[in-house]
Design a protein around this ligand. Structure first.
Ligand code: ZN
Length: 231
């Protein structure tokens, strides 16, 4: 049994009505929760099994799988899950980040902004569509610009929580670039907010992770100014 204090500190959802139930984002873990046997089945077998189960979901919904337009759907969805939308679950798909010497001795921040991404909300399995802005201050080495996009995409291609995705990208950048001076800002629309529940189509969610020198107010402001520029 939990001690009373823990219970008081826990953000209990006040109203557990299904429609309005709020998801508590404060307990997500940094790592995507994966089982130890996550990659024991190969991708083709996963497609086959998901196809079978998705077909069942459609059948339960009352859809006629003999219809020409629907009969290929279970296979399409299964392939899309394994080979596209959730490709980033598998570490074998992690982008290689080739580093180059910082020949120009560039010491200012580098900002790659408006990196568009699509992800999937892990609570409802509907899209999260957004933009990521990433920045770092180079150490002795720099990374090819497109790698920054690829790192964002890799973490987007799995069931996600925006807070976790922001931190996962920041951590990988720190590791790859061998510096603490990285920042990640993500602004995204969550279709689970637009399509269901409160059905708000105008709200968006912003998350950020400022590390190293980006914790300094001036550096942070400089970054925010760059991101605010149009184009
Ligand atoms: Zn959701």
């Amino acid at each position: 049994m939990k001690p009373k204090e823990t219970l008081l500190n826990t953000k209990e959802t006040p109203n557990k009505q299904e429609e309005e139930m709020e998801l508590d984002h404060s307990f997500f873990s940094m790592e995507t929760p994966l089982r130890a046997d996550a990659f024991e089945l190969d991708d083709d077998l996963k497609v086959e099994l998901i196809e079978k189960h998705f077909k069942e979901i459609m059948q339960i919904l009352g859809l006629d799988l003999n219809d020409d337009s629907l009969k290929g759907t279970p296979n399409r969805v299964a392939k899309m899950y394994v080979k596209e939308l959730f490709k980033g679950l598998n570490p074998k798909n992690m982008p290689e980040a080739k580093l180059f010497d910082n020949k120009y001795n560039y010491k200012n921040m580098l900002v790659e902004k408006n990196i568009s991404f699509h992800s999937v909300c892990e609570h409802h399995f509907v899209p999260i569509i957004g933009k990521a802005h990433v920045a770092y201050i180079p150490n002795k080495e720099v990374v090819g610009l497109s790698k920054l996009n690829r790192i964002v995409r890799y973490f987007a291609q799995r069931p996600q929580v925006q807070e976790r995705m922001t931190m996962q990208i920041a951590n990988m950048l720190k590791e790859v670039l061998n510096t603490q001076d990285v920042a990640v800002i993500i602004e995204a629309d969550h279709l689970c907010v637009a399509m269901r529940g409160v059905q708000d189509i105008t709200s968006s969610t912003v998350t950020s992770e400022f590390c190293g020198k980006f914790q300094d107010a001036k550096t942070r402001e400089e970054l925010l100014n760059y991101i605010a520029l149009k184009g």
